[in-house]
Design a protein around this ligand. Structure first.
Ligand code: SF4
Length: 213
């Protein structure tokens, strides 16, 4: 039971969000539609919660306070941890790309891998290596981007830019989407584990290397 004294609307509904995502994902797994469908079901739950809060970025409405927009990919230089269900969803999105786009993605993946392989894993997050899916500041798998990508909405693009350039600043992230999409991913992982599927996470760059390797 969630503590009613917790702060903010997302905290108040945390247990509900996680279990709703777990139920929706588990239904897909039980129906045999596969892990990618389970990931989409968990995303849909989080999107509905956001829509209920009038904060849904997919609806075309601007999230209150967020400055994120197409063509602004400062934040896509972080390590994204994906569940095995999100991996399958990403794999489907990659398969839908045309051959040239897939080749470019494969090249960027090799570059990211080469850079990351020279570092211990604990330094990956701070290394600011661009996500291989980022092409000219746009995500080539945007509609199928993993849950952690959906969680990141900034209130100041200039600070994001400075963060990327190595300044000692903290990206000002909106708390609600961060919480909602993280809870949805936790629910998805829960459903996968309950179905005997090790959920992960795996860094997205490794997933892309596996898909494109
Ligand atoms: S998958 Fe797309 S949204 Fe997520 S970090 Fe990579 S480029 Fe950015």
């Amino acid at each position: 039971m969630t503590d009613p004294k917790s702060t903010g609307p997302a905290s108040l509904r945390a247990a509900d969000i996680e279990s709703a995502a777990a139920r929706a994902a588990a239904k897909e797994l039980a129906d045999g539609t596969g892990p990618a469908a389970a990931a989409r079901a968990a995303i849909a739950v989080a999107d509905r919660v956001m829509a209920g809060l009038a904060l849904n970025p997919e609806s075309g409405e601007v999230v209150a306070g967020a400055v994120c927009a197409p063509g602004c990919g400062w934040c896509c230089h972080q390590v994204v941890g994906v569940t095995v269900a999100e991996e399958e969803m990403v794999e489907q999105a990659v398969s839908a790309l045309d051959a040239e786009a897939r080749d470019r993605l494969a090249r960027r993946t090799r570059e990211a891998e080469a850079r990351l392989s020279r570092l211990p894993m604990e330094q990956w997050q701070g290394a600011r290596v661009p996500c291989p899916a980022l092409e000219e500041a746009r995500c080539v798998i945007h509609a199928s981007r993993p849950l952690p990508c959906r969680a990141v909405l900034s209130t100041d693009a200039e600070i994001c830019r400075r963060w990327l350039e190595g300044d000692d600043v903290k990206i000002p992230l909106l708390a609600v989407p961060r919480r909602v999409y993280s809870l949805a991913q936790a629910g998805l992982a829960q459903a996968l584990a309950a179905h005997g599927i090790p959920p992960g996470p795996t860094p997205l760059a490794e997933t892309l290397a596996m898909i494109l390797g």
